[in-house]
Design a protein around this ligand. Structure first.
Ligand SMILES: C[S@@+](CC[C@H](N)C(=O)[O-])C[C@H]1O[C@@H](n2cnc3c(N)ncnc32)[C@H](O)[C@@H]1O
Length: 325
């Protein structure tokens, strides 16, 4: 009993430590401290002088980041280890967690709002949502590009040049990445957020990318696209059946729908990846949103699509592909 007590104590203590770990990692990214240390080892005073940041804050961050083993000190200089670079700096690495830390730090500030949610069900959009989402979805974008390269049909279509519709395209950075890798394809993005659409239009300028501001529930495309893509957007949409029916109509015969989403696991408690998505449910509930599971997706796709396939990309994020019946 005593032993179990101390195991539980250590586990719960670790949650407090983890909370600060998220902040230290996020600040290191936001203030470009990791970028500087990644470029070359340097003393803390050199880091202060290069970044021109407030010295006491940089010293505090360096000592905290060392305690959390995000950076190391060697011969009077601080630096990043190679594997930390992959996790915190290299956005194209499958191990990249940097964006997730920033998402958690930026998105979890509104603790006061939870009281209202629990007492009266009042949901709200937090101020930093767009920025937080951008940080988190970067991982998805690179994971999609890697999965597309492995997926014969998608890769061939995109390579030779096809039309792709991105439903809930946000700030358009996925479309920009697709364009860079597959310049022969022509791309259309649709989103409801005026702020996101304005940013997406800037990115799209001079490229074969069209951005439309409109809810996907009322899009009217018919028989136009080889690929319809929904990246972390279906869960936000109120009338999912209508959206998928519109996606079906937008696709050409035998076109492919691609849904990339974090899905709730079957067994919910036995891995760190599952714990993360289970915890994130609270954050989503505050925004009036819910994660789906595989069954929900199968039911939504059932009538209109065939050959539904789930590819586990890690961290409970799935790439779901299906063909227009
Ligand atoms: C989590 S963000 C994902 C953005 C983007 N797909 C990415 O991967 O970076 C979800 C996006 O869906 C958009 N959205 C939500 N409901 C929508 C709707 N009914 N029609 C079109 N877009 C919608 C939001 O404005 C937001 O930009």
């Amino acid at each position: 009993m005593k032993k179990q007590q101390s195991i539980d104590f250590a586990r719960l203590w670790g949650y407090s430590v983890g909370f600060y770990g998220v902040w230290i990692a996020h600040i290191g990214r936001q203030m470009s401290l990791f970028d500087h240390l990644d470029a070359s080892p340097m003393s803390i005073e050199e880091l202060i002088s290069i970044t021109k940041l407030y010295p006491a804050a940089v010293r505090a961050w360096c000592s905290a980041a060392q305690a959390y083993r995000l950076i190391i000190a060697k011969n009077g200089k601080v630096q990043m280890k190679k594997q930390m670079r992959r996790i915190l700096v290299d956005k194209t690495s499958p191990d990249y967690l940097g964006g997730q830390f920033s998402y958690l730090a930026l998105r979890s500030l509104d603790y006061g709002a939870f009281e209202e949610l629990f007492r009266s069900g009042k949901t709200r959009k937090t101020m930093s949502t767009l920025n937080a989402v951008q940080q988190a979805t970067e991982w998805d974008h690179y994971a999609f590009l890697a999965a597309a390269r492995r997926h014969k049909k998608l890769h061939q279509l995109l390579l030779t040049g096809c039309r792709l519709l991105d439903v809930g395209c946000g700030t358009g950075s996925m479309l920009d990445k697709i364009h860079k890798e597959y310049p022969k394809s022509s791309l259309v993005g649709i989103d409801t957020s005026a702020k996101a659409v304005a940013m997406a239009r800037l990115i799209a300028r001079g490229k074969p990318i069209t951005i439309i501001k409109r809810p996907s529930e009322s899009m009217k495309f018919a028989n136009e696209f080889e690929i319809v893509f929904l990246g972390e957007s279906l869960y936000t949409m109120k009338d999912k059946e209508r959206v998928l029916s519109n996606c079906w109509r937008a696709l050409k015969d035998y076109g492919t729908i691609v849904i990339m989403e974090g899905l709730l696991p079957k067994s919910k408690h036995n891995s760190a990846a599952s714990q993360l998505i289970m915890g994130m449910q609270l954050d989503f509930a505050l925004q009036g949103q819910m994660f789906m599971n595989k069954k929900d997706i199968i039911l939504l796709l059932n009538n209109k699509f065939s050959k539904t396939r789930f590819e586990d990309l890690g961290g409970n994020v799935y790439l779901v592909t299906a063909t227009k019946k």
